[in-house]
Design a protein around this ligand. Sequence first.
Ligand SMILES: [Zn+2]
Length: 69
Amino acid sequence: MKSDTCENCGDREEKLYRVYRIYETIELNQFDPNFSQVLSQTVEPESEMWCLACMSLYPNVVADDQNQQ
Ligand SMILES: [Zn+2]
């Protein structure tokens, strides 16, 4: 069995998910960070395997994985 290591944090996890990382360009609101604006989003073309924690922490889109099983 191959090792399942999250490509984002490096943790070993039983369940990983194939995702595309999203890079966000954010304009920080200097008066109130809650009003910061996402200016643009770029989806990384290469998919990565991430754990659930990383998926909830960082912007990403789950890959359509129909060829994978
Ligand atoms: Zn992770």
